[in-house]
Every structure is written in structure tokens, then in C-alpha cells.
Design a protein around this ligand. Structure first.
Ligand SMILES: [Zn+2]
Length: 387
């Protein structure tokens, strides 16, 4: 029992030292000791272990304050590489991601399979990626899945897209690859990516609104993913906003997804411009983005309408949580200022003035890899305690 406690303390201190070095681009052992309040001997001993593992490197000398100059330590960006998988897109996409959230290599496979075949497709994608990584620095596998995902046991409770119900994806992959595996909802890991690598990182609270084929939000509260009691926090796409609206694929009427998702937007565009019939939703979105840049009034109207409904969702989030930072991600966020201005106007109309004035609506700069970056960050967080 005593031995376990000693081992736990050692791991805790090692993570603390690693996190401190990671958070400073370069730092001396003495400064690590000062910041962590650990003894210089403990810092020296544990740092030796981190250097032997390749997680920390000596990178030169600092300024001497009398005596010999201190050796500076750093965490090399490529010290560990994680696989990050995005299961929430129309394609199954994966990347090799380093410890600074940089994408080193990407691959994709068709994402239209269901059930066990979809699980096998995930394995095929991981195999593809692993051909390009040195096993010595391979950290683990992170996945962002649509639907309800239990963070603790890594079971996908329900993902309609793949017809998955109670699929123990974490256990399946851990058994196959013998590395750490972490899995969470795709919007939740996107929020984690934004928290660590996004605009003004490390702000304690944020809401990430992911608008693509579906609409859902990821919440970071006090620096941690808030998944909700039943892993369904942020599932706002199926809240009805139009009592007399269109039927939704979930069986209800007038859900937010029926008026502001990529599917809804593409449908609205087809009704206005007959020439886009037959084009994919992604192609229609590209066209809308171009037309908005040219100032086409009908396209502006389509984007504004989606923005009004998203603003209603944001007003509810702001009223409930009073979180100042709301970040848009996903394909629809590429619609630019017309969309964000419309969201802001609609939010201001529907939420309490004092609250909406404090709220910033931003567009993520992490691009289409945001879920993959967040999934990799989840592994970095759970295995190395970097954030
Ligand atoms: Zn619905």
C-alpha cells in the first residue's frame, strides 16, 4: 500500500515537472523547482528520467546570475506523436499530431460504413497512419466521435451515423494496439483543442459551437471538458426552434439542425438557385462563401437566416452559463462576417443586454483538423498530464 502511494507521488511530481517545462518554452531546473515548490534534488532526479524517456531535452544555457550558467530544459515538439481521429465528418479523417498540436501527416477513408464495418474502417485508418510514425515516439490514439460517448470507459453509447450502440471502442483499440486510447464526443474534443491551441488559449471557460452536418456544442469549464451527467452536454442541434417547422431526422419538428446546419443551408440554397441541384452540400457551401464575398444579396439572406437561429441558440447558452467566449467551428463557420454579425445581432436581441455585451463570438482558426487536434490533445492530457 505504502509503495503504491510513493509511486503515485512520483508520477504526480513527474507530471508537474513535465507540465511546467512544457508551459515555458525553455526553463532551468532551479526555476522548475521554484515554480513547482519541489526540492532541487527531486526536480533533478525526475528530470533525468524525463530526459532518458526523450520527453525533455537540454537545449542550451541561460543567463548566469553568478557562477556557471544554468542548463535550459525544453519539451521537444515531436517528443511524442499521437493519432487523432475525427469520426464526425462525412469522411473518416485522421492525423499524426505532435505535442504542440501541429499536424504532421493526414489520411482519410470513406466514412459511409455502419456497425462493425465502421469499426474495421477506423482500424484501417489507424493502420494507414501508423505506417508513418516511429513506434518509439508513438503516444496513443485519440478519437472524437459523434453521439453520446462515455469519457470514463470509452464506450460509444449511441452514434446514429454509424448505427453504433454500446460499442466499447476504447477497449477494442487498446487490445489491438496496446497503447493508451482516449475517446470523447467530437464537439467536446474540438472545444479542448480550442482551449489548448486556439484563440487566447488557457482561458478557463469556453463554449465551442460546431456547425456542420449536425450542430452541437462543446463546453470547457475550469479548463476541463464538461460532458454532462449522461455524456450529452451540448447536444443543442435537436432543440426545437421552429414549432411549425420541418420534420427533423430525430423525429421532432423544427430542430435547430433543420434551419442552421450545413444540410439545411444547402437545402435553402437549392430552393433559391436551381443550378446547384445535384451538387454536394460541401460544394454548395463553397459556392455560398464565394457569393458572399461578391455581395450576392440572396446568399447574404441565406447566411443571415442561419445566423439568426444560431444566435437564438447562443442567447440560450449565454443566459444559462454567462461564458464570455463562444467560438464557432465546423464548415458553416467559413461563411465569415455575414454569419457572425447576424449571430451577434440575434443574440443581442434575445439575451439580457448586460450578458450579451460581455460575450464575444469568435471563429476558430484551427480549421478542418480541429477534432483531430482535440482528440490527440485528449491523449496528451490523459497520458502525460500536459494541460
Ligand atoms: Zn432533431
Amino acid at each position: 500500500m505504502k509503495k503504491t502511494t510513493h509511486e503515485q507521488t512520483k508520477i504526480h511530481n513527474m507530471r508537474l515537472i513535465l507540465r511546467t517545462i512544457y508551459g515555458n518554452s525553455t526553463i532551468s531546473r532551479a526555476d522548475v523547482a521554484r515554480i513547482t515548490k519541489l526540492t532541487p534534488t527531486t526536480v533533478s532526479d525526475l528530470t533525468e528520467g524525463l530526459i532518458a524517456d526523450g520527453l525533455v531535452a537540454e537545449v542550451g544555457f541561460g543567463v548566469s546570475i553568478g557562477g556557471k550558467p544554468p542548463t535550459l530544459l525544453s519539451v521537444p515538439s515531436d517528443a511524442r506523436i499521437a493519432v487523432g481521429i475525427d469520426l464526425g465528418d462525412s469522411e473518416l479523417r485522421g492525423s499524426l499530431i505532435n505535442l504542440r498540436g501541429e499536424t504532421l501527416y493526414s489520411a482519410s477513408l470513406p466514412g459511409n460504413l455502419k456497425g462493425d464495418e465502421a469499426v474495421n474502417q477506423v482500424i484501417a485508418l489507424i493502420d494507414l497512419l501508423l505506417e508513418h510514425v516511429d513506434r518509439k515516439v508513438f503516444l496513443g490514439i485519440g478519437l472524437g466521435s459523434p453521439g453520446l460517448v462515455s469519457l470514463e470507459d470509452g464506450v460509444v453509447r449511441r452514434a446514429v451515423k454509424y448505427q453504433w450502440q454500446e460499442v466499447p471502442l476504447k477497449a477494442i483499440l487498446q487490445q489491438k494496439y496496446s497503447v493508451p486510447v482516449a475517446i470523447a464526443n467530437d464537439s467536446h474534443v474540438a472545444a479542448l483543442a480550442e482551449y489548448i491551441y486556439g484563440i487566447d488559449p488557457n482561458e478557463e471557460n469556453l463554449v465551442l459551437l460546431k456547425v456542420g452536418e449536425g450542430i452541437s456544442a462543446g463546453l470547457i469549464l475550469s479548463g476541463k471538458i464538461f460532458a454532462g451527467d449522461g455524456s450529452g452536454a451540448g447536444e443543442i442541434g435537436h432543440v426545437s426552434v421552429e414549432p411549425n417547422g420541418q420534420p427533423c431526422r430525430c423525429g421532432h419538428i423544427g430542430c435547430l439542425e433543420t434551419v442552421a446546419s450545413l444540410r439545411a443551408l444547402a437545402q435553402m440554397t437549392r430552393e433559391v438557385f436551381s443550378e446547384v441541384n445535384g451538387m454536394s452540400n460541401d460544394a454548395i457551401l463553397d459556392r455560398l462563401v464565394r457569393e458572399l464575398e461578391e455581395g450576392n444579396p440572396e446568399s447574404i439572406q441565406i447566411a443571415r437566416r442561419a445566423g439568426e437561429y444560431l444566435g437564438l441558440a447562443v442567447a440560450n447558452i449565454v443566459g444559462l452559463l454567462n461564458i464570455h467566449k463562444i467560438v464557432l467551428a465546423g464548415p458553416i463557420s467559413t461563411l465569415g462576417d455575414v454569419l457572425t454579425e447576424s449571430i451577434v445581432a440575434s443574440m443581442q436581441e434575445k439575451a439580457l443586454d448586460t450578458l450579451s455585451r460581455q460575450t464575444q463570438i469568435l471563429v476558430s482558426k484551427l480549421g478542418t483538423n480541429i477534432v483531430q487536434i482535440g482528440a490527440a490533445a485528449l491523449v496528451q492530457q490523459t497520458t502525460l498530464g500536459l494541460f
